[in-house]
Design a protein. Sequence first.
Length: 228
Amino acid sequence: MTDDADEDILKRLHSDSQQVLAEQFSQHRQRLWSTVNFRLDRRLIGRVDADDVLQEAYLDALQRINHYLKRPDVSLFVWLRSIVTQTLIDVHRRHLGAQMRDAGREVSLRGAYTQATSISLAAHLLGRFTSPSQAAVRGEQIEQLQQALDQMSEVDQEVVALRHFEELTNKEVAEVLGLTQKAASIRYVRALARLKDFLVDVIGPYGDPDSTTSVFRRRDSHERTQRP
């Protein structure tokens, strides 16, 4: 989204906040759903529906939109994502309670929420590169990849997660993490190179090493052609 588009949305929000918020939430719903799907604690799968989380987040956004309009420091989408992640934190606390300490890390990165990112990254990445017939080795692979990912900084893990699993643009990643766009881009290139090495090391004996890079090439190519 360009800065001009951001300004246009802000003007429309001031004119009719409820209607425009509903339109924008609907427009970004798939990406917000991806945020919930990626961040949801694995123990809550089957117990918590992502659509219910989004509905709760939308109602909260309606109540807080006037506060956002008084000081719109980030784009509307990034603000909506922050509402969704806060809602997800609340959901985890309600369902896990005292188990929250074991559920994973909560890391404050200018409003970003890292819920055991290395665990989520490992599970989602290997879900792309392993087949049902490889289920017997997948648990071991996840543990190995998680240990490798933990060697990366939390910010670099977040950059990969935001770009590839939540489908944020580089500009949006920079907003979420409080980085310049140049810094976000540099971190992304560096993190991606390390991640590809980790994947080759972990899935090499069981899968096609070429597949570890093809999914990222497709994603990068799509961004260059579809987004500013």
